[in-house]
Each structure stands twice: as C-alpha cells, then as structure tokens.
Design a protein around this ligand. Sequence first.
Ligand SMILES: [Fe+2]
Ligand SMILES: [Fe+2]
Length: 189
Amino acid sequence: MTYNPYNKKMQEPTKILSEEHQFILKVIGALNRECDALEKGKSIDKNFFERAIDFIRNYADKFHHAKEEDILFKELCKDDVNMHCNPTEQMRYEHDLGRNFVKGIEQALKENNKKKVLENARGYTQLLQDHISKEDNILYPMADEALNEEKKKSMLKKFKEAESKRFTKGTKEKYLELANEFEKWQKDK
Ligand SMILES: [Fe+2]
Ligand SMILES: [Fe+2]
C-alpha cells in the first residue's frame, strides 16, 4: 500500500514532519556510506550524488523544509503562540546552510573534485543529522504543546494543500522509493 501519513487518525502535524525525517535520514545514511567509500579510494559515483541532490532539493527542501518554513515556523511566530523561546530563526538559518552545502557538492561534481565533494557532503550530513535531532527532540515537542487543536487542524489542512501544490501525483512516492532503494542498496554493498 502506498505510504500516506494522512490515512491515520487525526495526529500532530509534527508527527508528519518527523516521519519525513526518517526518509531524509535514509538518504543521509547512504551519503555517509558513500563518503566512507570515497575516503577508502573509490572514485566519484556521479549518478549517486546527482540522485541524492535531486532528493535533497525536491523532497528534503521543497517538500519538507517548505512545510516547516511556510507553515509550522510561521504559526509558531504568531503573537498568540506562547513559547519560552523561539528557535525557528536558527532552524531557517540551518536550512540555508544545508542549501549551500548542496551547491558545494554540485560544484565539486562539475570539477570532479573528490576532496570538495567529501567536505560538502560530510558538512551536509552532519548539519542535517544535528538539525533533525533538534527538531524531533526540542522544537516539535515545544510546538505540540504551544499549538491548540484548532491550529493543528488548520496546519494539517495547509500541509495537504502545500503537498498537492508542490508535488504532482506520484512524485512523493517516487522520492520515498528512492530513499528506500538507497538504504537497501547501500546496505547490500
Ligand atoms: Fe528543519
Ligand atoms: Fe525538519
């Protein structure tokens, strides 16, 4: 059956984002293992990195980070939401740092520069692993507490709208399959 987090009963919007993290982490795991192989002397597998960049740009950024930036973070910055601190600026900044690392990987591929591929890919995986851990363990629990049921319901609706606006039918499934394939393929190596 096709993966669809909305099929489940009413849930926290952050649960959907956390589930998306699991797919992003599969690609990050594959990137780390590919970096290990590069360090051991393997030459650059351009096709692997290009597919990883496609996933990061479209799924991690356009699909996931956009929902955070345009919906969750905006909601958390409203005056009537009470949080003892608001880490969303830092989270936005980290999304930008991630985008720069991805540009760096892309540039390094053009130059066929292994050292630069490694620096930027490792920079990205480290940044995103930390970032995801902060969101899952700190920001999302804070959001679950700070947002009332009405806001959560409206956010779930906005999530759905954003998904169908950004992704045509089947696009999300294509990226989830890629993440699963990367995870399996890298483990089988
Ligand atoms: Fe984020
Ligand atoms: Fe996230």
